[in-house]
Design a protein around this ligand. Structure first.
Ligand SMILES: Nc1ncnc2c1ncn2[C@@H]1O[C@H](COP(=O)(O)OP(=O)(O)OP(=O)(O)O)[C@@H](O)[C@H]1O
Ligand SMILES: NC(=O)c1ccc[n+]([C@@H]2O[C@H](COP(=O)(O)O)[C@@H](O)[C@H]2O)c1
Length: 331
């Protein structure tokens, strides 16, 4: 149970993510220079969103948004190996839009779990953040949930689901989100079973990139009680991400080190939603950076239209040649 939490602002959190964003800035600065304007800086603007901290209790009754049901159709209810500990992976984030790297995080975690742990993954969830998070480029929750649902609806990932609980209400801290999963999986559904019919509680674990974990070392972004709750009670898998020094990121999290699993990216790939939005804004192709059906959804619904309109405007300013050059270099 979390007893208290210190007030803090999301502005500070976004400032602290600068390590990652500095690396991203270099890439964006390159594109910006090539285009000869400063529009891409808009993407780096961090919002001023106050995050009011409330108390949480894992035993509390959760209020669900209307018409909400907890998705569990792809949850493995009977474990394959009773000697293992059943876990569910939860990835929290904006997913604006969801990319292949978000999906790949689950695959990397699956390999790591099989090779290095006594866990058995019985399900995975994408949990898009609420609109109240107000991060730059955050599309409405309905669209983000829909894009995640399309992305997760892939027969090659039959254990991945999208939970709209967090997205469809006011901002919820990650500790509360993990409590919600714990409640739904273990209290409402009653956990899972072994082949012999023995009941097992499911261990909820956070799945995140190292840019997110680096913010946990900084005072004022996450309360100590929340960190203790997330890393002490639940635990997490951290996917290495270019631009973040993982060792430095977890330096001050040493007391929970046994519950923090670091997963190296053997093939460096730093696709990000920011870059995808930038490409869309420039009218560049984003195919093969995210599932085709998500690209179709974006096009059909004219999403990130402001960005596309900005690109049109640039063409009007006679920058077609430069755009073509970038497009060619990205082909
Ligand atoms: N290329 C990547 N490598 C490792 N982790 C990633 C990668 N892309 C996203 N993540 C992780 O996925 C989670 C959700 O990410 P989020 O929705 O913020 O995507 P993002 O690409 O970082 O978005 P944005 O560019 O808008 O900040 C976070 O924990 C983030 O660290
Ligand atoms: N104190 C907290 O619970 C806290 C602080 C910072 C970020 N977060 C979460 O981390 C995720 C970050 O998402 P982005 O990577 O899209 O910014 C979001 O789900 C956000 O709610 C939680």
């Amino acid at each position: 149970m979390i007893i208290s939490s210190a007030p803090m602002t999301m502005a500070k959190y976004f400032t602290i993510r600068n390590n990652y964003f500095t690396a991203l800035s270099v890439i964006l600065a390159f594109l910006t220079t090539a285009l000869g304007d400063s529009l891409s800086l808009l993407y780096l603007a961090r919002p001023e969103v106050p995050m009011t901290m409330a108390t949480t209790d894992s035993q509390r009754k959760f209020t669900n948004p209307s018409n909400y049901y907890f998705p569990h159709d792809r949850l493995t209810r009977v474990m394959r190996d009773s000697s293992k500990i059943p876990i569910v992976l939860v990835a929290c984030g904006s997913f604006s839009p969801v990319t292949y790297l978000h999906l790949r995080m689950f695959e990397m975690a699956k390999d790591y779990v099989r090779q290095n742990t006594d866990f058995e993954i019985v399900g995975g969830y994408l949990s898009p953040v609420s609109d109240m998070y107000k991060k730059a480029g955050l599309l409405s929750a309905n669209h983000r949930v829909e894009m995640c649902t399309i992305a997760a609806d892939d027969i090659s990932m039959p254990w991945l689901m999208v939970d709209p609980w967090e997205a469809l209400q006011s901002y919820q801290r990650t500790a509360v989100v993990l409590d919600h999963f714990d409640h739904e999986l273990n209290i409402v559904l009653g956990g899972v079973q072994t082949e012999d019919g023995e009941h097992r509680n499911v261990q909820v674990m956070l799945l995140a990139g190292s840019d997110l974990i680096s913010t946990m070392s900084e005072p004022g972004v996450w309360s100590h009680e929340d960190l203790d709750h997330i890393l002490g009670r639940y635990g997490c898998f951290i996917i290495e991400r270019a631009g973040t020094d993982v060792d430095q990121a977890i330096d001050s999290l040493a007391r929970w080190r046994h519950n923090i699993h670091i997963i190296s990216q053997l093939i460096q790939n730093d696709v990000s939603s920011t870059k995808v939005r930038l490409f869309l804004r420039r009218g560049l192709s984003v195919r093969y950076l995210l599932p085709s059906r998500v690209v179709d959804y974006i096009n059909e619904n004219n999403l990130y239209i402001d960005e596309a309109a900005a690109a049109e405007k640039e063409k009007g300013k006679g920058k077609e040649h430069q755009l073509r050059k970038i497009e060619e270099s990205c082909a």
